[in-house]
Ligand binder design. Structure first.
Ligand code: PLP
Length: 389
């Protein structure tokens, strides 16, 4: 199969960050903080009244957290370590939401000690721990919702049924906690605005059944980014969410909205600069391109080819000849294969640069600490605009 670069040009990343300048040794993830700020501003415009809690797990780099904190963003944290990172970067305790319901009494005590007072929960056991370690704290009960359309769904790990949510809200109230509202997550890289609308309908029915006012409705993260295929703009998701809230929470009962975006704010800010360690045609007749970064160097989301990063090389250009390749990582592990077939320039050679675009989310935070003696993924932050501009 031969395809031309015109096909690639058609889908060229628009608004690519300035962070494509050569970063020195590879692999290296270069993050453009100006893009992070721009995505945050777009989200604020799409959902003007919503609290925004950036999901730190997506990219916990201090400069990223600092840029968002300076812009007034809150943080979705999943452990005491993430709480400390968010606070050190300028986040405020009252703008943190501890959204991981899997935690120990020591984790809850540490969070409360830091002044965190908003927790997401999905079990009676966790509520007991919260009532003990963070008395009086506000809780959001996480619903399990339909995640059809998500590229990386949660597989049933979190959330509870509507009936259980009602009893958890009542349990929270009777154990001295503040049953502030409900939350859900429609699965990451979720392409269907209707996924949020459907989940909001479920949340409204739970609120009615519990007979409690939902003060906060946390509609989670999941907002998609254009990897190899276009996705609707964030404004479309915002409009679907606001319309569903108006429809299902009519009148004065409308809750305050919260969102927990991860991928949306940081993916397109990152370019992962890599190099081809080896390009060779193997006995299977296929061209194998081995990069110096792979599944264990931060590309965990290529498992099952769930996330398809767009690739760029110095050979790209009008009319360049492309040929199929298997793209693999550098380690001695057989699972370290990223894509079974991608189109790359036929002229690509060992040592050439390969860039993975929109790679700022769930890469550095997933990189192993030293598998095969390889160091964790290096990260460099740049600011193509400057915070004041
Ligand atoms: C509780 C919670 N909130 C928010 C997010 C961020 O999701 P996304 O990156 O899809 O926006 C995640 C991701 O795993 C999560 O677990």
């Amino acid at each position: 199969m031969l395809v031309t670069a015109d096909a690639l040009a058609e889908t060229a990343l628009t608004g690519a960050p300035a962070a494509v300048s050569p970063p020195g040794p590879t692999p290296c993830l270069v993050m453009d903080l100006a893009v992070v700020r721009a995505r945050y501003a777009e989200l604020r415009a799409a959902l003007p009244g919503a609290r925004v809690y950036y999901a730190v797990k997506a990219n916990p780099r201090a400069e990223v957290l600092g840029a968002l904190a300076d812009a007034g963003c809150g943080f979705d944290v999943a452990s005491p370590g993430e709480i400390e990172g968010a606070l050190a970067a300028g986040g405020r305790a009252e703008r943190l939401c501890y959204a991981n319901p899997v935690r120990t009494p020591a984790d809850v005590a540490a969070a409360a000690g830091h002044g965190v007072s908003l927790f997401v929960t999905d079990s009676g056991e966790d509520l007991e721990v919260l009532a003990d370690g963070a008395p009086g704290a506000s809780v959001l009960v996480r619903l399990a919702v339909d995640d059809t359309g998500s590229a990386t769904p949660f597989g049933g790990k979190f959330g509870c049924s509507p009936a259980r949510a009602v009893s958890l809200l009542l349990q929270a109230a009777s154990s001295g906690l503040d049953p502030a509202g409900l939350s859900f997550h429609v699965g990451s890289q979720q392409s269907r605005p209707a996924a949020w609308a459907d989940a909001i309908a479920v949340a409204a029915s739970v609120a009615a059944d519990a007979g409690l006012a939902v003060r906060i409705l946390d509609v989670g993260g999941g907002f998609p980014v254009p990897y190899r295929t276009p996705v609707p703009p964030v404004a479309e998701f915002g409009a679907a969410i606001e319309a569903a809230v108006r429809r299902h929470f009519p009148g004065r009962r409308a809750p305050e909205l919260a969102v927990e975006p991860g991928r949306l704010l940081v993916a397109e800010a990152g370019v992962l600069h890599a190099s081809a360690v080896r390009v060779s045609v193997r006995d299977d007749g296929r061209r194998w391109v081995y990069l110096d970064v792979g599944r264990y160097g931060g590309l965990a989301e290529t498992e099952g080819e769930a996330i398809g990063y767009r690739l760029a090389t110095d050979h790209d250009g009008p009319g360049v000849e492309l040929a199929p390749a298997v793209l693999a990582g550098p380690t001695c592990d057989g699972d370290d294969v990223l894509y079974r077939e991608v189109a790359l320039p036929a002229a690509l050679r060992s040592g050439d640069a390969v860039r993975l675009l929109a790679a700022g989310a769930y890469t550095a935070s997933y990189a192993s600490v030293g598998f095969n003696g390889l160091p964790p993924l290096a990260v460099r932050c740049v600011d193509s605009v400057g915070p004041g501009s």
